[in-house]
Ligand binder design. Structure first.
Ligand SMILES: [Zn+2]
Length: 267
């Protein structure tokens, strides 16, 4: 299960809620925990024997272990080199879920949209425009693993469905604009997530992995040319124009990890 905070129930603001240390961050963590536990419960009800969680938000320290459901293991912290572990995990699992996700950068009318790093304006994989949902689905698809649940705001869910078809989803909040949404109360989103997660776990053999053909070409457009100058220092990354770079490889998870790891280095 991949977890992010921007698409959790009730979270609408980065400065006040989503950023660790912000005034309402602790409350936002509780909202996320409620969504995550509902998804775990649903997954277990649908036959999951164990859930392994990767927390992708900021430092990867958003889940309170004391309150996470049992039959779960959680990656605490956000290792730069996640690939060796990821490869092992993807070999062990049969399906994956995305809880608390959001639309890609530049999505009109969406809530807290971004594509991994805030410097990224758009991301194309094999010429298909996608955000975090698409990229993570493609990485799992590389290992033959289907995405069986997406929860998030209305625009994030819409993006998932446009790309992946009729998979189980839960809209926990209707995006109004970048910083506001019409939200379900926790009790209601918990109920919905539990139901859809169960359906997702039960549909593991029915839902097809999102599998793109190699070689994999990643094309990223940045908001600032300075980022391009940085990225082309990475072996295998070529400049397309002032704002766009491209990289190609046969192993998508490895390629993406190298790219995004370098991209997110703070400077
Ligand atoms: Zn995100």
């Amino acid at each position: 299960m991949l977890v992010d905070l921007e698409g959790a129930s009730g979270v609408v603001d980065n400065d006040e809620q989503a950023r660790p240390g912000s005034a309402l961050y602790q409350e936002a963590r509780d909202y996320l925990l409620s969504d995550v536990n509902a998804a775990i419960e649903g997954a277990e009800a649908g036959g999951a024997e164990e859930v392994i969680i990767f927390d992708m938000h900021y430092f990867g320290l958003n889940l309170n272990l004391a309150k996470v459901s049992s039959k779960t293991r959680v990656v605490m912290g956000k290792p730069r080199k996640i690939y060796p572990l990821l490869r092992e995990v993807y070999k062990e699992i049969n399906g994956f879920m995305m809880v608390g996700f959001h639309a890609m950068a530049q999505t009109e009318g969406s809530l807290l949209p971004h594509t991994y790093d805030h410097s990224i304006k758009s991301l194309r994989l094999n010429q298909v425009l996608m955000g975090e949902i698409g990229m993570e689905a493609a990485i799992a698809g590389f290992y033959g693993i289907p995405l069986v649940l997406v929860t998030g705001d209305s625009k994030g869910v819409e993006e998932a469905r446009n790309l992946l078809g009729n998979i189980p989803t839960v809209t926990v909040k209707q995006a109004i604009n970048q910083h506001s949404a019409l939200c379900l109360p926790l009790a209601k989103s918990r109920e919905e997530i539990r139901k859809k997660a169960k359906e997702g776990a039960e549909s593991i053999t029915r839902i097809k992995p999102f599998n793109l053909d190699p070689p994999y070409t990643i094309e990223v457009e940045f908001f600032q040319p300075v980022k391009v100058q940085k990225m082309i220092k990475l072996t295998g990354v070529e400049q397309v124009d002032d704002l766009v770079v491209r990289a190609q490889g046969e192993d998508l998870p490895l390629l993406w990890e190298k790219f995004i790891g370098f991209c997110q280095d703070y400077d």
